[in-house]
Design a protein around this ligand. Sequence first.
Ligand code: F0G
Length: 368
Amino acid sequence: MAFSKKLKQFFSSSPKNNNWNGLIETYKDWLPVTKKTPIITLKEGGTPLIEIKAIADRIGKGVKVYAKYDGLNPTGSFKDRGMTMAISKAKEAGCEAVICASTGNTSASAAAYARRGGMRAFVVIPEGYVAQGKLAQALVYGAEVLAIKGNFDNALDIVRELSDKYPITLVNSVNPYRLQGQKTAAFEIIENLGNAPDWLCIPMGNAGNITAYWMGFEEYFHANKSKKLPRMMGFQASGSAPLVEGKSITNPDTIATAIRIGNPVNKEKALLVREASNGNFSSVTDLEIINAYKILGKEEGIFCEPASAASVAGLLKKKDDVPKNSTIVCVLTGNGLKDPDCAIENNEAIFHTGVDAEINSITKKMGF
Ligand code: F0G
């Protein structure tokens, strides 16, 4: 083969041809945008669906389990799907500043997209309960950070009031454009599998994402792009499980700080999703979350944050209820790099320190 032809073939088959233009461009017919909407994008979406055999093997029964690895979005979480929509629509409306309450990921995403769109980004976070990576992102992306002596629920009450009184757009999941953007993850899953899965396992905090996924699954189902609807299996951390316990939690607590929420704003919607999908909400302990987190890391090479591992922990807990030969998708909402402290404290790695810089001491440590 001629060298130039080979070269051409190499470039045309390289993995990122830069043809992916973000989820608004890809799914514009399904989203409330017009030609006039200025699209603020970091080319979010299009994340991989990865088979996770280590989990399927623990369940047996011929099941196939996949991870929707949304931690590979531009700021490392699924929030980018909603934020590209919310910020583009805010820009279209002429808004100059946005605000959100956040356990970390929303603040990172809001800051990145708002600044890219030339807007101010105010983020209100619970002091001491936001993972290091997320805080670092909000700072680097140029957010104006207000760390309050209170939890996420207090922060959300405050930003809702502020956005009512001042000319600032609220970009938490009460903003309907957020859920519109997030529903595209369900479209991608259907396109990858050729159908909807039997179960969708998903962590729940404010319960926006489960609502968005259901919207996406329903829209594609009604458009005949899938032949079934999944059961929506939502999981919360046991110290922070208002949707499972059926009451608000005043002092929510869990290692999964992303879902440390006691009074989910999308509660009513989530309950409707559970009913409509014949779904189920359950809780998982921090120990179960960390167990799933470790399996994903050391057996599958997938590093997610603890809140995301709640979906896999939940599936393992419910394994007796899994139907034979079913297809299950677990949503991994955020990247493991978001929370390095959790990673350093929760692993079973062999980590020798202070090793002399010479071959003999190294081979001795290696057991050779
Ligand atoms: N997983 C991660 C990694 C999250 O950051 C969140 C929410 C959830 C799951 C739950 O999603 O709220 O739609 O049910 N994080 C919000 C934040 C609260 O501020 O970043 P949900």
